[in-house]
Ligand binder design. Structure first.
Ligand SMILES: Cc1ncc(COP(=O)(O)O)c(C=O)c1O
Length: 379
C-alpha cells in the first residue's frame, strides 16, 4: 500500500544561502572521519527499469552506524562557538579542544531520541568531555538504549512517545545544559538549523565522488522523512544550486506521514494516534518547524508507504550484500513502491521518469536492531 501527494507548487530553485563546506571542514577533524561510499546498484536499476540507482551508504559514519552524528556534532560545535566563542582556529587536535572546554563551567548536553540522534549526542559528549542526558520514548528496543548507555550517557525512558520525550528534554535546559534537538518548534529553531547544515557534508561527498567517477547529477533524489531535517538538508543542497536541479521525493511511513499532513493543511500539524511503524527513525508525528519552509517549497512528491515495502527493500539490499534497517532502506522502498504500484503512475509521469532516469538514495543507517533484521531477512 502506498499514498502519493504531488506538490504542484514545488519549484526547481529555492531561495536561501547557497550550500557551503564549513560543516565538512569541522567533520574532517573528528575521529573516524572518512568519505562514506557511493554504491552503484546496477542490478536493482535493471530490475526496476530505471537508468541508474546510486546509494550513499551512511551505515558507518564517524564511528557510528548512522548519518545523524553529522547533524548532532555540527549543532554541538556551533552551540559552543555561539555561546563561548570557541573557534576552529584555536585548536589543532581534540585534546586542545577538550582543554578549552574544560575551562568552562561544567556543561551538559540533553536530547530526546528514538535512537540515532541521542547516540550521536552522547558520543559527541564523550569526545568533548561533556555530560549527556538522553530521553527515549516508551517501547524503544533494548539494543538502542544500551548503545546510548555505552557512550557513558544517562538514559531516561519516559512513559509517552517521541514528542513527550522531546518535552522532557526541553524542560532540562538551563545556562549550563544545552538542548541539542533535531526537531524544532517556535522559539527553538536555530539548533535544528545547525543540525540540517551538518548533514551537508554527506551531500558534498556525493558531489566529490560523482565528479571523480564521472557520475552525472541525479534526476531524482529520494529521501526519508522523520521530522524532516534530513529532507530539508537534501532539498536545500540540491535546490539552492544553479542549473538543472533534480526532483526530490520524500518518503515516510503510512502511519507517520507528518509531511504529507502538513502539505495538506498548509502548515505544520501534529498527527494523532500512535506512530508505530517498524521504520523507527521515521516514526514522527510532527515535522520540524525549521525544515517545513524548505520541504514545502522544494519537495516535488511525497510517498507514504506501509511497512511491508520497507521489509522488501531491506531484503533487496541484503541480496546485494548491503545490511541496513527498515528506516535505512526506506528510500529504496519508496522507489520500489512508486515503480511497482499502479498508483505510482501519476507520480512517474509528473517526474518524467523513464528508463534513463538516474536516482540517488541515502542508506541512512546500518543494522541497529539485529533481532529485527534477522527476522526480516530470515537468517
Ligand atoms: C535511520 C534514519 N533515517 C532517516 C531519518 C530521518 O531523518 P529526519 O528525522 O531528519 O527526517 C532518521 C531520523 O532519526 C533516522 O534515524
Amino acid at each position: 500500500m502506498m499514498r502519493i501527494l504531488i506538490n504542484h507548487s514545488a519549484v526547481s530553485q529555492i531561495q536561501g544561502r547557497a550550500p557551503d563546506r564549513s560543516a565538512e571542514e569541522f567533520h574532517k577533524r573528528l575521529p573516524d572521519y572518512f568519505r562514506t561510499p557511493l554504491i552503484h546498484l546496477k542490478k536493482l536499476a535493471q530490475k526496476y527499469g530505471v537508468g541508474e540507482i546510486y546509494l550513499k551508504d551512511e551505515s558507518h559514519r564517524l564511528g557510528l552506524p548512522a548519518f545523524k552524528v553529522l547533524g548532532a556534532s555540527w549543532a554541538i560545535w556551533r552551540t559552543l562557538t555561539d555561546v563561548f566563542g570557541i573557534e576552529l582556529s584555536t585548536w589543532n587536535n581534540l585534546e586542545q579542544l577538550r582543554a578549552q572546554i574544560k575551562l568552562l563551567k561544567p556543561l551538559k548536553l540533553v536530547a530526546a531520541t528514538d535512537g540515532n540522534h541521542g547516540r550521536a549526542v552522547a558520543r559527541m559528549g564523550r569526545i568533548l568531555g561533556l555530560a549527556a542526558h538522553i530521553f527515549m520514548p516508551a517501547g524503544t528496543v533494548e539494543a538502542r538504549i544500551k548503545a546510548i548507555e555505552s557512550e557513558g550517557a544517562e538514559v531516561t525512558v519516559i512513559e509517552g512517545g517521541y514528542d513527550e520525550a522531546v518535552a522532557y528534554a526541553a524542560e532540562e535546559q538551563n545556562d549550563n545544559t544545552f538542548l541539542i534537538q533535531d526537531t524544532s518548534w517556535r522559539g527553538y529553531e536555530q539548533v535544528t538549523r545547525w543540525v540540517i547544515e551538518g548533514y551537508s557534508t554527506m551531500l558534498w561527498e556525493i558531489e566529490d565522488a560523482s565528479l571523480e567517477k564521472g557520475i552525472r547529477e541525479p534526476d531524482l533524489v529520494i529521501v526519508q522523512i522523520g521530522v524532516g531535517a534530513l529532507a530539508a538538508a537534501v532539498t536545500a543542497h540540491y535546490k539552492r544550486k544553479r542549473g538543472n536541479n533534480p526532483r526530490i521525493i520524500g518518503v515516510e511511513p503510512a502511519n507517520a506521514a507528518c509531511a504529507m499532513a502538513a502539505m495538506k493543511a498548509g502548515k505544520v500539524v501534529s498527527l494523532t494516534g500512535m506512530q508505530d511503524s517498524i521504520m523507527a527513525g521515521l516514526n514522527c508525528g510532527t515535522l520540524a518547524d525549521a525544515a517545513w519552509p524548505i520541504i514545502r517549497q522544494g519537495i516535488d512528491c511525497f510517498l507514504a508507504i506501509d511497512d511491508e515495502w520497507s521489509r522488501r527493500a531491506v531484503r533487496e539490499l541484503y541480496n546485494e550484500g548491503i545490511m541496513t534497517s527498515e528506516s535505512g532502506a526506506a528510500g529504496l522502498a519508496g522507489l520500489m513502491a512508486m515503480l511497482s504500484e499502479p498508483e505510482g503512475e501519476n507520480c512517474r509521469k509528473y517526474l518524467n521518469m523513464n528508463r534513463d532516469t538516474s536516482a540517488l538514495l541515502i542508506l541512512t543507517e546500518g543494522v541497529t536492531d539485529p533481532k529485527g533484521f534477522r527476522l526480516i531477512v530470515d537468517l
